[in-house]
Design a protein around this ligand. Structure first.
Ligand SMILES: Nc1nc2c(ncn2[C@@H]2O[C@@H]3COP(=O)(O)O[C@H]4[C@@H](O)[C@H](n5cnc6c(=O)[nH]c(N)nc65)O[C@@H]4COP(=O)(O)O[C@H]3[C@H]2O)c(=O)[nH]1
Length: 726
């Protein structure tokens, strides 16, 4: 071949050729021929020199004689194979045996040229081998670059903070990166081939499936949605992800070949990423919770309560239904909080919450309104009876003592109830009116419930006027004391008189306690009012006692506010002494709630009064605690059975049983019993048969002015008979 075209190695300039022959003449001839073709030639005169050169220089091709003394061509071949495996070998030898040729080819020689060689054939062979060699090299280089590129992309995809995935047209995973394992616990291989709905939280299933099938989704308009994915395993926990997915255009993804990782992307129709936003979601949820809940009790707060109430009102209005709002205020909480400390106070609020929640149904909303105030929304009540039942349940559940460490404490609850629509049509009105009703409970002895009625919320001008009038009434002594006889059930004789206040209003006529007593309590005028009533009653009844009715008893009602006053005992004794009234003829009526509000203090006061002979009666017995516990620890003389139980005598056996039980209990404790509200002979007979000591009620006559009572006392038989028969 003409040496006109220098034969360049394709990738590294002129190919470097090692010529190995122990005959220097032959080696030189070969070198000259090859150099004339532009090759970079190095000669080695023998195998030993060839091996030494192979250790220091790099060659693309070796032309190798086989038969050489000391180190032969095979030895050089194996040396080259171990040191420079990329170096191609052509054997040039006089050796023509098949064995030698095949042995040389087996050891890696790429071709064989026989000596004496034809220069043209030799150059053609050299060219062919070098060309082949350079193609192999280029292929290897591309392979290496491909591997590097794939490793780079795999690294990028698998190190992504997000899950990267591909889905086929039906929604089966055909690729998913290894991030899915660290975030959700699935191995990529186990998800491939499965539908993505397998890892969607059931609650988000419909949304997730719809998002992928939405008509307008494209690479330019990817679908992004927040969704919950299930983690692997039995805990069935979910994490929140922000998923972005779009369809893959066939031009963008032409490869159906292999992709390392989970799956090979075969038939991929969608590409997507899923970013774990659980922490952000949890932070948002917490902030949201904090904004609408009380962190101590975990109950809805005022804002959320109002929100729910607003919604419930809308529903009730649409469905012409009723709803109830209750305002609950804990009794005695402040004392416990102040004496046992705030930590105990907090524990108490949590325990109270737990008990209250135990009384409610699913749709009800109990909220902490602030401090020791709670509000309750009952969105579906049929009327007052439903609400009363719940209120009684709430009061009862809080009656049992609370154990705070080693302390056993008692709290009560005062509940005001506003029913929609009669107690108001707006959210604020209902809450405010429930609050007003609650204050009326507090003023009347706590630990009870009351429904809001319009008379409670006398508007402020009306209220101010009434308050002014009441002050004037007290100054001008417009209050009157009426007396209702208490009659011995056996002899029909008047044994006592209950003093009941009336107000002779100059314009409005005779007013009853229900019209002004709450106002007197709220404005603290009650003290003055009681003083006037007591003075008047002591004067009237004292006169009758002195006139011969020496055992006649005067029963007076006392408001909780008065009893709780620190100077209660002194004031009472002062009034009794000032009117020279015999203390043994006086009976004070208090309700159970007054006692339970502060058992220790009250029992001390009652003991002081009992010591000077004053009798103590428990009014409205059966409607409050009805607890035997305190009865034997206090100096109590009389139980007054509430009118509601007496009324029940005519209506049914069950309620009458309560009277039986109260009378039996009073007998057991050796207490006197006065049954209130006796209106019929039937009731009277029933009570007589039970062994009830005294009765009081319209059957014998209502409360009447002193003049009428005087007549009654003078001619008891005729007057009483007239009343009973009228
Ligand atoms: N339906 C019916 N009612 C009957 C019958 N017999 C008596 N009553 C009424 O029942 C009430 C009984 O008094 P109370 O339970 O102590 O309940 C009293 C008492 O708690 C309070 N109160 C009355 N006067 C005073 C007072 O001077 N001071 C204080 N702190 N409270 C008073 O006001 C409440 C209401 O007094 P009043 O309106 O006088 O109403 C009285 C009385 O008139 C009957 O057969 N049938």
């Amino acid at each position: 071949m003409a040496p006109d075209q220098p034969n360049k190695h394709t990738l590294h300039g002129a190919a470097r050729i090692l010529v190995v022959d122990d005959e220097p003449r032959l080696a030189s001839a070969l070198s000259t021929l090859l150099r004339s073709c532009g090759y970079d030639v190095t000669e080695a005169h023998g195998g030993k020199q060839a091996c030494e050169l192979a250790d220091t220089l790099r060659f693309d091709l070796a032309l190798l004689d086989l038969r050489m003394p000391e180190v032969d061509g095979f030895a050089v071949m194996s040396h080259l194979n171990s040191r420079q495996p990329e170096c191609a070998i052509i054997v040039i030898s006089g050796e023509s045996s098949f064995t030698a040729v095949s042995r040389a080819l087996r050891r890696g020689a790429l071709d064989y040229v026989r000596k004496p060689f034809d220069p043209e054939e030799l150059i053609a062979t050299v060219k062919g081998v070098i060309g082949k060699q350079s193609l192999l090299k280029a292929h290897e280089d591309i392979q290496v670059r491909l591997e590097k590129s794939e490793a780079l992309h795999r690294y990028i995809v698998n190190s992504s903070p997000d899950i990267v995935f591909m889905l086929d047209a039906k929604g089966h995973f055909c690729f998913i990166n290894s991030k899915v394992e660290s975030l959700l616990g699935y191995k990529p291989a186990e998800l491939c081939g499965k539908h993505f709905r397998n890892i969607l939280d059931e609650r988000d299933l419909a949304r997730g499936v719809y998002a992928l099938n939405a008509p307008d989704i494209s690479a330019d308009n990817p679908r992004t949605l927040e969704i919950r994915l299930k983690t692997r395993g039995s805990r069935r926990a979910t994490r929140h992800f922000e998923i972005t997915a779009f369809p893959i255009s066939p031009q963008a993804w032409t490869h159906n070949g292999s992709t390392n990782g989970g799956g090979n992307g075969q038939n991929a129709s969608y590409y997507g990423t899923a970013r774990d936003v659980t922490e952000r979601k949890e932070a948002e949820a917490f902030i949201n919770f904090q904004a609408y809940h009380d962190l101590l009790t975990r109950l809805p707060n005022r804002a959320l309560f109002k929100d729910r109430l607003e919604l419930a009102i809308t529903h009730a209005r649409r469905g012409h239904q009723k709803l109830a709002v209750m305002f609950l205020d804990l009794d005695r909480f402040k004392i416990i909080n102040d004496t046992l400390g705030h930590a105990m106070g907090d524990r108490l609020l949590q325990a109270v919450t737990q008990r209250l929640e135990g009384c409610l149904r699913k749709g009800d909303t109990l909220s902490r309104f602030g401090g020791d105030e709670f509000t309750l929304l009952l969105p579906s009540v049929h009327g007052h009876e439903d609400a009363s039942q719940i209120a009684r349940k709430l009061i009862k559940t809080l009656k049992a003592p609370f154990l705070l460490g080693e302390h056993e404490v008692y709290v009560g609850v005062s509940i005001g109830i506003a029913i929609y629509p009669e107690a108001g049509c707006s959210m604020d009105q209902l809450i405010q009116n429930a609050d007003i009703a609650m204050y009326h409970v507090k003023a009347r002895g706590k630990d009870s419930y009351r429904f809001y009625s319009e008379s409670m919320s006398i508007d402020s001008t009306h209220r101010l006027l009434l308050e002014r009038d009441l002050r004037i009434a007290l100054e001008k002594k417009e209050l009157r004391v009426f007396y209702q006889p208490q009659v011995c059930a056996r002899t029909d004789q008047i044994v006592g008189l209950e003093a009941l206040v009336r107000w002779q209003h100059p314009e409005r006529g005779l007013l009853y306690p229900r019209d002004f007593l709450s106002l007197a309590e709220e404005t603290k005028l009650i003290g003055l009012l009681s003083e006037q009533v007591l003075d008047q009653a002591c004067r009237d009844v004292g006169q009758w006692i002195r006139a011969g009715h020496k055992d006649l008893r005067l029963a007076v009602n006392l408001s909780p506010i008065e009893v709780e006053h620190p100077r209660f005992v002194e004031t009472l004794i002062e009034r009794v002494n000032a009117n020279r009234f015999p203390p043994a003829n006086l009976e004070i009526e208090i309700t159970e709630n007054v006692i339970m509000n502060d058992l220790e203090q009250i029992s001390q006061k009652l003991r002081e009064l009992a010591n000077i002979g004053v009798r103590i009666a428990i009014d409205d017995f059966g409607t409050g605690y009805s607890s035997l516990n305190y009865l034997h620890r206090l100096p109590i003389h009389t139980l007054k059975v509430d009118q509601s139980f007496v009324k029940a005598i005519r209506s049914g056996v069950d309620d009458a049983c309560i009277v039986n039980a109260i009378v039996a209990m009073a007998h057991g404790l050796k207490l006197e019993i006065v049954a209130e509200g006796v209106e019929t002979e039937k009731q009277l007979d029933y009570l007589r048969a039970l062994g009830c000591h005294q009765v009081q009620g319209f059957f014998y006559g209502p409360a009447q002015p002193a003049a009428e009572i005087s007549k009654l006392l003078t001619h008891p038989k005729t007057e009483m008979a007239a009343t009973a028969s009228s």
